[in-house]
Design a protein around this ligand. Structure first.
Ligand code: GLN
Length: 447
């Protein structure tokens, strides 16, 4: 813990952390030492890990990178946080991200942008940009992230680390600040698939009392099948994932990775996900719709920011929300309120729900011919800090991560070499429901 705390201080300029409390970290480390001394060490005893500032924590403030929650302290730990703590992990602090996890570059943090450690003129990706930057720079051996539409996979890809979003419902959403509840999932970000398997094992498991969408099935040990040979594995290659929008450098790195799988005895099978492009409008209707509802709780009454001067209750709500939310969050709330409103609900929200179902069905069709799907995580490597001035540019770059999110499938990013400007490229592996162990094994064999 001391080693990582020192590195965190040394590399503060990366903007990876939003809150650090060395005494709180060292107290957890001493508790882990005591367990180790008594020979009762749980699986992760003494393993330092940092949490995305979307997970509520008792011992560190939780802001979701928003002014709305500046200085907020939760009275409880999120289930993912308490599970890791029970397994002996030591918390290093809270990690930067996009405000309420809305973004693809960590530029929407209300506090500071996080930078890409490979090139500090580049974005680390988002929304779990602080998590990816911290792991890539060696400020933490592992971190938690959340993925609503790609927020674990895309920053992992941009920073050259490994990250997995499990099947929707595997990890409890209790204490994870809600963005789009039908999509939000927690997952680990670390150097290797092996580390991710170990962490995911301790993050997941039933929590039906606290999260009604938590899968009511026993926790699984995702490290069990690591090492199984790939011979006979059928890897589906969706042609829609390798179209015109893909940068050459990314395509070349992925092709080399796919060759390695073939060399190990896997077969590449062409498949089709015909509604890939529709995932963008569908996601950018459903996610803002759910966000507009979830974020209505920030009204200045119950917790977080409250405007200082106001005339009456209505004015207090308005000023509080005008002051507390950043521009991207406001944009999403307005889009969400619009698509849910009378007269537009059928035209937008209901249509999006129908296409969402079709996207999920397309995956089931593809999985008849293959065991898992491989493709890019993002169309390019990490973009420059000043690029993507138009928010639509960010939305379009989510094209390869959104389909698996809408379908609720497990998906991960595995480092697969380098593309333009010597920046890391991630290979995305998408599995059928509950196939995390297989994904992690395939990634492990590749690493
Ligand atoms: N980039 C997507 C968005 O801005 C995904 C974010 C996420 O997964 N939290 O909504």
């Amino acid at each position: 813990a001391r080693h990582f705390l020192a590195r965190m201080r040394q590399h503060e300029a990366l903007g990876a952390f939003l809150s650090v409390d060395e005494e709180a970290t060292l107290a957890q480390a001493r508790a882990a030492d005591a367990l180790l001394a008594r020979g009762q060490a749980p699986a992760l005893a003494g393993v330092p890990i940092a949490h995305k500032d979307i997970f509520v924590t008792r011992d560190w403030p939780t802001t979701a990178a928003s002014k709305m929650l500046e200085g907020y302290r939760s009275p409880f730990d999120a289930t993912v946080v308490s599970r890791l703590k029970d397994a002996g992990a030591v918390c290093l602090g809270k990690l930067n991200c996009d405000e309420f996890a809305m973004g693809s570059a960590n530029r929407n943090s209300a506090y500071q942008p996080a930078l890409n450690p490979w090139n500090t003129q580049r974005v680390p990706g988002g929304s779990s940009g602080g998590s990816a930057a911290a792991v890539a720079a060696g400020l933490a051996p592992a971190a938690t992230g959340t993925d609503t539409g790609g927020s674990i996979r895309q920053p992992a890809s941009f920073c050259g680390i490994t990250g997995i979003k499990p099947t929707y419902g595997r990890a409890s959403r209790y204490g994870m600040i809600a963005f789009a509840s039908s999509l939000d999932q927690a997952g680990p970000m670390a150097r290797t698939a092996e580390d991710c398997a170990l962490l995911l094992t301790h993050m997941c498991g039933p929590d039906v009392e606290h999260d009604s969408t938590s899968l009511d099935m026993p926790a699984e040990d995702f490290t069990q099948s690591l090492g199984a040979p790939l011979k006979g594995l059928r890897i589906g290659i969706p042609k829609e994932f390798f179209g015109d929008g893909l940068a050459d450098g990314v395509r070349q790195a992925l092709n080399a990775a796919l060759k390695e799988f073939e060399r190990q005895g896997a077969a590449l099978v062409p498949v089709s996900l015909p509604r890939t492009e529709l995932a963008i409008p569908v996601y950018y209707i459903i996610a803002p719709a759910e966000a507009s509802s979830n974020l209505s709780r920030y009204d200045g009454v119950k917790f977080g920011h409250r405007a200082k001067d106001y005339a009456d209750l209505e004015d207090m709500y308005k000023r509080t929300r005008a002051e507390g939310f950043g521009p991207e969050v406001k944009r999403r709330i307005m889009i969400g309120a619009y698509v849910l409103s009378h007269g537009y609900y059928d035209a937008y929200y209901l249509q999006a729900q129908k296409v969402r179902r079709m996207i999920a069905d397309d995956f089931q069709q593809a999985f008849r011919d293959c065991d898992l799907i491989a493709g890019p995580v993002a169309p390019t490597t990490a973009w420059a800090l000043g690029a993507h001035q138009d928010p639509l540019a960010d939305y379009l770059a989510d094209i390869y991560t959104l389909p698996a999110s809408l379908a609720g499938l497990p998906a991960m990013s595995v480092p697969a070499g380098f593309g333009a400007h010597g920046l890391p490229v991630g290979l995305q592996l998408i599995g059928n429901y509950l196939q995390e162990a297989r994904l992690l094994n395939v990634a492990h064999r590749f690493q």
